[in-house]
Design a protein around this ligand. Sequence first.
Ligand code: G3P
Ligand code: CA
Length: 269
Amino acid sequence: AAQPAGAVAPLNTYAIAHRGVPVEAPENTLASIDRAAALGIEWVENDVQRTKDGALIIMHDTSLARTTDVEQRYPRRAPWKVADFTLAEIQKLDAGSWFDRRFKGERVPTLRSYLRRVDHNQQKLLLEAKEPGLYPGIEEQLVTELRRAGWLDRRHVARRLVVQSFDAKSLKAFHRLRPDVRTGFLGAPKAADLPSYAKFVDQINPNHKSVTADWVRAVHALKGPQGKRLTVSAWTVDDGRRAVALARLGVDGIISNAPHVVEEALDEE
Ligand code: G3P
Ligand code: CA
């Protein structure tokens, strides 16, 4: 409906839970996903990597050291790379105590257990292929896991799923496999380069410090491979005032460690 004279249009910007809600629960764990759901945050962002024996797991760093007790459990295996450990070894790790004793015993989730935990009917998934160059063929594996868990069913795929990466080559490969799945490029290509990305991505998701109104307009002027306007989700913003400022620059999504704080600030506008 037309706005009355002088009225400010409501902000349509939404928050995305970055690695779950890592200000309240250990990042990239099922506890963190559950926290996002409990706070009513629809979109969750998490990172996927691959173990030595080929299992996909949810983990941000390429080393297990920061977010598990791997150094104590396997002291002689520095630098504790994800790719050097089997799933059975990783499943023995405590991924919660480093954050708070209340989360002792929290495990590193497999992608499979994670995809079962995120509710198709309530939540939306922004899944990042982290460092896919380290894991050749991960795109096919992602498709298999997503299909098996029902995320590629037509009713979910169109509205509830985006696969993102810093790696354009990997996104192109993923897009070729499943053109029906939306993809997001992590970065802020200059305006002149955006049309080449619009051939295989639906979102351009930049560091929030790169965002200007002109750049957002340049992204929005393009249509993605499915014929829909490209969108912008900026990361990582935990301050409500900054989130509102980005929304006023036209940003569609705000990826946040404190998505409930961001959502509240956006709602108040
Ligand atoms: O979703 C954007 C953001 O997650 C990208 O950076 O390092 O937190 O995965 P990073
Ligand atoms: Ca990420």
